[in-house]
Design a protein around this ligand. Structure first.
Ligand SMILES: Cc1cc2nc3c(=O)[nH]c(=O)nc-3n(C[C@H](O)[C@H](O)[C@H](O)COP(=O)(O)OP(=O)(O)OC[C@H]3O[C@@H](n4cnc5c(N)ncnc54)[C@H](O)[C@@H]3O)c2cc1C
Length: 306
């Protein structure tokens, strides 16, 4: 797998802490083929030196040429990403992951913790693009109602009948927003119980602590493991092997004091992270052919983002 060269074409804050980056391939042949729900490893150039690479779920629908990621600013890397001006070069490695939209289910229940909503935005956009007839429910946990990335887009999908969204707000700012189904507190067994049905597939994504609590709740409600798919945004244990390996690679590069070209050579010489075999192959989402990546352009609903 070779790193692909991209250029930042747009970078905008879509919530107080989340930047949405749109990236375009430098070469037309460099287009990334991916399934809804997968992620890439992304790096930039800062002060003439390559940054480390970090994992980000792809937000847009397969079939689009541009690549979108949403980055919650929390440390050095994400602050750098949020500052990347249009025209900045980016390196993309991937796609990775088996946390992909499964069109064979009758109903999907998507359980997101904060920025863990990103792969679900891709899945919802893709389901709309291919006119998937199943039902999608999104339980979207956030600390603060004023900082919920994609809430306006989700409201639009909700009005269009594509998804039923329940917002669970654990912290401040609980004034009801007209048209939004909102509950106070975290995602709980009580909230999940009405969504437990046969033929439902559950997808859970978010930070490590959120993941373990949601997985326990599903288990307590009797949902069998084979109907639960999960993607942790945390590191190592329960997290992504790719992220861990990219961290390791980055550490080696920094210690060796090498620059961008050495990194490039290192990656191109095959010494880089090996994704799981299925992630490296041409992408066919599991379970069904009905969710083959769409080739028709996706038309997003009109949303205004605060
Ligand atoms: C599969 C996958 C998909 C992801 N998708 C997204 C996404 O769509 N949007 C998004 O905003 N984030 C996503 N993340 C998380 C993201 O990769 C990093 O957590 C984020 O880049 C850390 O930003 P930072 O600025 O703190 O990084 P840095 O400044 O590089 O890190 C600062 C410190 O935080 C620690 N750290 C970094 N990342 C993590 C982590 N994930 N868990 C625990 N500690 C960490 C580092 O060890 C370091 O000590 C994803 C992670 C994974 C594994």
């Amino acid at each position: 797998m070779r790193p692909l060269k991209y250029i930042v074409s747009k970078n905008e804050m879509i919530s107080p802490t989340v930047a949405l980056l749109t990236l375009k391939p430098v070469s037309a042949n460099a287009r990334l083929r991916f399934a809804a729900g997968q992620y890439v490893s992304l790096g930039f150039v800062r002060n003439g030196r390559p940054t480390p690479m970090r994992c980000f779920s792809i937000v847009n629908s397969p079939g689009e040429k541009a690549l979108q990621v949403a980055v919650r600013v929390r440390g050095d890397f994400t602050a750098t990403a949020a500052e990347m001006a249009p025209g900045s070069p980016a390196t993309v490695l991937g796609p990775f992951g088996e946390f992909v939209f499964n069109g064979s289910a009758r109903q999907l229940v998507l359980i997101a913790g904060g920025i863990g909503v990103t792969p679900f935005i891709s899945m919802i956009r893709h389901a709309a693009a291919i006119k998937w007839p199943g039902e999608i429910v999104l339980l979207y946990g956030n600390q603060n109602q004023a900082d919920m990335p994609f809430a306006n887009e989700l409201d639009a999908w909700s009005r269009a009948g594509r998804v039923r969204v329940v917002y669970a707000i654990s912290g401040g700012g609980k004034e009801p927003v007209p048209g939004r189904a909102t509950v106070s507190g975290r995602i709980s067994e009580q909230l999940l119980a009405p969504e437990v049905q046969a033929n439902t597939v559950y997808y859970v994504c978010g930070p490590a602590g959120f993941m373990s609590s949601a997985m326990t709740q599903l288990r307590n409600l009797g949902v069998p493991n084979e109907r639960v798919m999960s993607e942790s945004f945390g590191q190592s244990k329960g997290g992504s092997g790719v992220q861990a390996a990219v961290y390791g690679l980055t550490a080696v590069m920094i210690m060796a004091g090498t620059g961008y070209f050495a990194l490039k050579h290192f990656i191109e010489s095959g010494s880089t992270v090996s994704p799981t075999p299925s992630a490296a192959e041409p992408l066919t989402p599991r379970g069904s052919t009905s969710n083959t990546p769409a080739t028709t352009p996706y038309q997003a609903p009109q949303t205004s983002v605060s």
